[in-house]
Ligand binder design. Sequence first.
Ligand SMILES: Cc1ncc(COP(=O)(O)O)c(C=O)c1O
Length: 489
Amino acid sequence: MPDDSSGTDQVLPHRYADLAQRLESQIHSGGLRAGDRLPSVRELAGQFQCSISTALRAYEHLEALGLIGSRPRSGYYVQAQAATRELPQAIALPQSQPSLISSDLVSTVIDTVSRPGLMPLSYATPAPEFLPAASLNRITRNLIKQQPAQALSYLMSPGLERLRQQIAARMNAAGVEAAAEDIVITNGALEAINLCVRMLTRPGDTLLMESPTYYSLLQVAEEHGLRVVEVANDPTRGVDPEEVRRLVRRHRIDAALLAQNFNNPTGSLMPDAAKRELVQILGSAGIPLIEDDVYGELGFNGQRATPLKSFDTDDRVLYCSSFSKTLSPGMRLGWVLSRRHRRELARRKFTASCAAASLPQLLVSRYLDGGGYERHLRGMRSALARSVARFADVVLREFPAGTSVTRPQGGFVLWVQLPDRIDAMELFAQAAQGGIAISPGTLFSAAGQYQHHIRLNCALPWTPKLEQALCSLGWLAARMLRKSAAAGA
Ligand SMILES: Cc1ncc(COP(=O)(O)O)c(C=O)c1O
């Protein structure tokens, strides 16, 4: 696992992130053009009056994003594709209320992509190489030896107290007021979200969701018989609070379910000022907000993204997250934080399944006590940033002209917009036949949109086989485009 901890002791995260952000803006505004040579690390440090390690870290960050590259003994240059990399266009949402996608479509895709042996570009799941597998395995063995009774018996809802204290401490550090007794441990974030949705709404009620959004959240709404009002998620800024204000005026909305830190699939990050405004708009309309923050720890600028919950002054945000994206999706360990609803949530969790599994709770608690989590997160963030940038470069190089990709600021999925003549469902089917699993865009919309989009999971170790799979996908897309052009001509 790559480790970026070298030399970080004199680097203030906000300083280098700030510097990287300024350079990035210059690249996108055309102030710095493809091929331009950048100042040396020493010159940059002089210009911005920062330490050499801060300047170096800013360059390393931009390099991981694929915006700049280094040449031996010659310095840093703006990458050829950096300035021209287009973002997928936001799609106009239908004015009428969407009827939800059928769960059948999700099941068909999941059945297909779960076949063994496929290149796993479909699920948003980090490969074990990105996870602290050795530490987790060692702790598990010790736990079973040292605490067999606890590891094998129930840890009733709301869950292990020490773990809830540790989560509360992490939430406090992220600017959220939290105490252990406000937290209920769940089977992953998805169960936390399910508990909140079912507690706050009745069938026939209306849920505000973003578009595109993670398909399991659409299924939660569908299975509970909810109507959905969609608000567009911009690939860079997330949801526009003004648009939410307009929708709140126009519809009777019973609850909102949003992920503003590295949304799945766009990777967008809502600016803090907009987060404050969003929480205020929903709060003053009395609409509870379920925050899904499973990717919040995985920002490429080295900082934890600010939770919406940190702007919540009257306890209307129900915060849901998990260790699925940072430690292990298979442990199914998540939580919900809500002082207002804690008793009801703990009761519902108990009714649903008594408790979350004991061993993962003890395991994560011991792992957090061991003190290696922050270091692991640092390494994981920069490894993911590099991987996402590499995926984006290969997609732009290998896919037909007219393809655009997002530039996520965290997380590990890439949202790819294909030329309009390419049907993503067809590409999905052909790719599966060729041994590659991808997610077609339609899954991420309540209204069957994104027919020309796909989502790629980038949390995989880079291998020749992986690069070959991306090249094959590009080749399939180009062939579909040629065929469709020939048929339409
Ligand atoms: C946006 C989002 N929310 C929730 C989940 C579910 O998380 P968990 O595996 O912890 O249930 C996922 C998993 O892919 C996700 O991408």
